[in-house]
Design a protein around this ligand. Structure first.
Ligand code: G3P
Length: 218
């Protein structure tokens, strides 16, 4: 399973890359806003740090504008994936860009039927937002399970990868992994939470203390 990092913060991307945990990066207009940086500049910088797929989202809602922006974004680096919303216009852009060999991540997916459409139209990734579904009392994990199941049944026709997005906890990461998601895009703080366990800390403190008591040097 691949780990993408859901951020446009360069320092976070660099630190997690050193840990070997960054297979790719996803961004969206909100994350670009939070970074305070110029959109093209930050995407260019990220793509020079991470060799894996970098999702950069279009900022228009009309299909032709999305296609034009997607072509522009794809010129920034050969690892750019163009993110388009799951709307009729977004699907038109998905088909056009995908058939021009530009990778597409269809975002803001909240139903299995939406995911089926993106799969049929050649999306490279579908991004179901599980946290936002959980927020409104609909289990996001069930959506991941449904999409994985549909794509598996139709794997001869559908090559799209399930990219679990809107992840808010370490538990969700392990759950989407169990459900068969190909990718999880994870905010940096959740990666750090995944590393930590209180019993690891307690166990390590005991081992270090007992080692000191042996009086040995190594
Ligand atoms: O990148 C899209 C997605 O991961 C956003 O997550 O937390 O804003 O719902 P969130």
């Amino acid at each position: 399973m691949k780990f993408f990092i859901d951020t446009a913060e360069i320092e976070e991307i660099k630190s997690l890359s050193e840990l070997g945990l960054v297979d790719g990066v996803t961004t969206n207009p909100t994350l670009i806003y939070k970074s305070g940086k110029d959109f093209r500049e930050v995407i260019k910088e990220i793509s020079s740090i991470v060799k894996g797929p970098i999702s950069a989202e279009v900022t228009s809602i009309k299909s032709q504008d999305m296609i034009d922006q997607g072509i522009e974004l794809a010129k920034i680096s050969n690892n750019i994936v163009v993110k388009v919303p799951l709307t009729a216009d977004g699907l038109i852009a998905c088909k056009k860009l995908s058939s021009s060999n530009i990778k597409v991540n269809v975002t803001l997916c909240f139903s299995a039927s939406q995911a089926l459409l993106a799969g049929k139209l050649g999306a490279t990734y579908i991004s179901p937002f599980i946290g936002r579904l959980d927020d409104i009392g609909t289990p996001g994990l069930n959506l991941i399970k449904d999409i994985v199941n549909i794509y598996n049944i139709h794997k001869q026709d559908i090559k799209t990868e399930v990219l679990a997005a809107s992840i808010r906890s370490p538990l969700q990461v392990s759950q989407v992994a169990s459900a068969g998601a190909h990718v999880a895009t994870i905010p940096p703080n959740i990666i750090y939470q995944m590393i930590k366990h209180p019993l690891t800390d307690v166990g390590l403190a005991t081992f270090m203390n007992d080692w000191k008591k042996t009086g040995q040097k190594f």
